[in-house]
Design a protein around this ligand. Structure first.
Ligand SMILES: [Zn+2]
Length: 146
């Protein structure tokens, strides 16, 4: 189903559910986060957006409509945390051998120093390379003299 059709389906279902709860003259959709009411025209203006759960970046499916503002706020806070958590799980699975492919950045804490690395695992073969542009461990500006 196209996203525009899916949005209309969610709007119709939400509007019907709202009519069961309150007496209302117009067909409206209530954003489940901020509780503001939106009209059918708000679908085309982009004020109502598809909310994915979990976030779309980690394979989430559209779950409901939320207003643009709430979707954006969730994107910055909740979605970012969920995506970071999923990246940690994927990294861990790659390191312990449960995932054959992975590509991403990680930080190693070694003796109180942080080393940023690119970790890649392709078909089960891991590769770890320091991110030299950020923190070449041979560079004096990254040495800690105590
Ligand atoms: Zn909202």
């Amino acid at each position: 189903m196209k996203n525009s059709d899916l949005k209309r389906t969610f709007f119709k279902k939400g509007a019907a559910a709202l009519r069961n709860l309150i007496e209302i003259d117009q067909e409206c959709y209530c954003c489940p986060i901020c509780k503001r009411l939106y009209h059918y025209d708000d679908l085309d203006s982009g004020e109502l957006t598809l909310e994915h759960a979990p976030p779309e970046q980690v394979g989430g499916k559209p779950l409901a409509l939320t207003c643009k503002e709430c979707n954006s706020t969730a994107g910055y806070s909740v979605d970012f945390a969920v995506v970071q958590r999923q990246r940690l799980i994927d990294f861990t699975d790659a390191v312990i051998g449960q995932k054959r492919n992975f590509k991403g950045r990680a930080n190693f804490l070694i003796g109180g120093e942080t080393l940023n690395i690119n970790f890649e695992k392709e078909e089960g073969r891991p590769s770890i390379k320091p991110v030299t542009k950020i923190n070449d461990p041979r560079s004096s500006r990254h040495m800690k003299i105590t």
